[in-house]
Design a protein around this ligand. Sequence first.
Ligand SMILES: [Zn+2]
Length: 1059
Amino acid sequence: MMIKTERILHLKSSRGGKVRVVREHYLREHVPCFSALCQAACHNEGKTLPEDVTHYVVPDAGVVRDFLEVLEFRELQGIVFMQTACQAAQHSRGRRLYNRLRSLLKDPRHDCIHFANEFQQYSYCPREKGETQEKWQTRCIYHAAVWYHDHLAGLRPVVMITEDQEAVAEFGSSASGIYVISTQEYLQSFWPDLLAAHELYSSICQALQERESESTEREYAEHFPAEVLEAGIKSGRFIQGTLNVNKHRAQHEAFVRFEGSTTKNSELNSDVLVCGGKNRNRAVHGDLVAVELLPAKEWRGRNTALHEGLGEDKAGEEPQSKPMPTGKVVGIVQRNWRDYVVTFPPREEVQSQSRNSQRILVTPWDYRIPKIRISTQQAEALQDHRVIVRLDLWESTSLYPNGHTVRVLGKSGELETEVQTILVENCINVPPFSEAQLRQLPESSAEQPWRVEPEEVSSRLDLRDTHLVFSIDPLGCEDVDDTLSVRLLPGGTRLELGVHIADVTHFVQEGSLTDLEARSRATTYYLADRRYDMLPGVLSADLCSLLGGVDRYAMSVMWQLDAQSLAVCKVWYGRTLIRSSYQLHYELAQSLLNGEQAEVPELDRLDDEAERCRRRAELLQALRLLTRVARHLRAQRDQGGALELEGVEVRAQLDSSKNITALVPRQPLEVHETVAECMIYANHWVARKIQENFPHQALLRHHPPPRQEFFNQLIDSARTRSFAINTRSNKALADSLDQAVDQRDPVVNRLLRMMATQAMSNALYFSTGACSEEQYYHYGLALDRYTHFTSPIRRYADIIVHRLLMAAINAERGLAPSKVLASNKDLEELAHQVNNRNRASQHAQKQSTELFQCLYFKDKDPLTDERCVADAVIYAIRANGMLVFIPRYGLRGPVYVKNRENQVVSVEGDGSCEWKAGALERQVDRISTTTSTGTHNFSIFDHITVRISVQPSRCHPLNLCLEVISSRPHQAPVAEAQPKGRGRSELVQEVVRLAEEASQQAEERKGRVPKLSKEQREFRQSKQPNLYSILQEIAEMALLDLHACEAPSAEVQTCSTSA
Ligand SMILES: [Zn+2]
């Protein structure tokens, strides 16, 4: 039964006037209450409030609007968001609040629900004549709270919280079991120990108070209302895009990157430049904005010089490129504000700033974010600390945006604070795994190891007695997600190759807490000194790790190949049960292949000599067969044009407790490639399988071909050594890179490969329904279809792919799917989120590596310490300097040949350099300085000697400074005769050691014994860099700039062609 009534709404028209709208409104008797305590048999589907809470809490509209962040604390339980409160809050705060509220309500880890009180016949109350909107809303919510209490037969008290003192007075004690109190009183009475919530509450209160006392003088043009923006974007008058601030000229230069099809302005195929703060008009880096182009005569060029002194740059007089489309921001389509880490001003400044009020200007760590105005009484106490803040709003009357503090991270400069800063800045949220989540997982301990379940034995293909399965990984690897098998089939005409991957999805049920956590992390995060796992340790290091000698579940792909031609005859996919016989490491496998008498631990345990020999021969035969197959597969891809780019070239050597003892140059072992090739093959065949079964909703990974103009630097640089680089196709590029080898200097080829890598776009996940088939192509691997299947322990994409593969297998067997597959739209959204997290992971890894570099050099005297002087190779020329690569530390950065006093680097007869008055001339392949001493050319691929020092910074990340001290190669003393890359491991170790000593001393001073952190004890979020991270890091480092000196559009070109 439904009752029809009328509801009067007052809306704003696009011209700003008020419109009265009458809507039909239907009331129902039954509206689900979503409480487990329901006494009326409501139809409660999905998330419900549990029984074990002491009370329910109902925030009113104002609390939802202003204090949602406080309600977001997971400790707060039993929150009922009334429809009236949500709608009112959305109405005043827009889409950002709506999104926040929506994700809160969807998140099963949060104990809150939405109640549609306005549709409930008995809880709805119409607005009375003369009653203000706010009063009516508060009354509605109170009324609904009373209904809710009665509906649950008074089993739990209901607390309504409001900032409206009149409401407290009016309703405070008018019905028993319902309490109306202020937010502050609520926190004090119910959550006295939740200090973080109290602090956040008062920080928001202060921000709100300050807002009321603000001036009315206009600093910026008003933004157009949403309807005008929308119409303008449709008509082509405005361009919609994401604002990207140039971090080297943060005050002055920003670009709007428009989204391809949203613009009708077809002449526009570049970014739009936005110069200065007035034109940027309160848009913050990352916001989706609408811009209007300025007349062409006002267009300007982008700046092309290297920048010293990040952030504090001066406008004008700098070299500029040719004018480009230039515009101004006319409105914000969507704010994309996140949490920002800031530093408070020093004491003197606090005092002068806050003479009249408690407003402080704090400086964000990220150069691209403007200073933020905070209202706080703690400014003095928070000096030298890094603090998380959130932005509230940016009015046209205010030079700076307003914000409030959220949480203190710690003293700036301390390793932990700096690492936490990097995590927050990349929106990486990796709390310890929750108790509830761990409870859902099977247990396994040394006393009671986990065992296979009987019903799984019968439903899986059992390979334990039929297949010789083994793994080959880096020495010391704990999370083995892949194993291999290969054998000659009876009859001798066919081979069988098998790739067996940890069956993670058997343990991680879709929608379980572990699944949700893994999905939101999307990947394991590797920082320079630690990692944060995607899955809890019981899975990643135990149940899902395909260790030797134990039974494990696997997802397998097995190919039957013609023994002669190696053509594929048949492919089988499915769940298996395996027991790996050998856990080999790369060097061991290679020495076996080389016919050396290497010791295999699994064999040495055998007493029977004859058996040992037989098994050894069997293993060797398998390894040889595998090598033959992999060579064939690689040759096939090479013909298709697969690229080999600058990759891992050093490896870490670990001692028994997994400490790195050295990084030694990688022996290019064929077995690395053999294993990689088999994994690529498995990924490719799984991609085919899921794409064929789900042409519109399979998760694949593509690598778009690079834009030709990104190759210009590579081509120009190679030409200086008379190498022709052909970038017409991936095959041509791969071939010409192979040719470009300078016999006298191996670094040349390495740098060229590095530049090629930099020109590449990122490989990305996508849903098959979102792209046309030509766009499925993986350029780097030269494959028509590709996905990620082989590392489900550390990548969420592989978990999705495993589920899709099982769905495909079941569909072919005629079994009904156990779950509805994600739609193309949902999958594309998920792909987007995983891509985004991968980017965050790369950035965090890069920033943590830079942090370690800076901390390493920070306490060394650059004038006397040998370690601060190194050989560097020039690989690019800029207007006032060059970019160099330092092989010893694997780092890259700018070297200036002109300083702020307009002096240039003068080279003396012995190669030593000093600053003198003089002139500068730049060519494509060199930059020359002329002074009274003479002229010197710095050319691409020249080796020079640089001094490394640290540029201190209070608010921003530290920076390395590279200064040329000799135009000649560095005469390597003892240290540099050491293996390449050794400096890097030393660097991480030394910084960690110093930080630990410092914190130990601090603890001792406090009279406490340092303890292992909770994370270290329970969650394997290890402090030791694991082997994978080191290898990965070094691989990536070669690809990353110290400062990306290119314009923003090229800035994110750090490549991952990683398979
Ligand atoms: Zn109910």
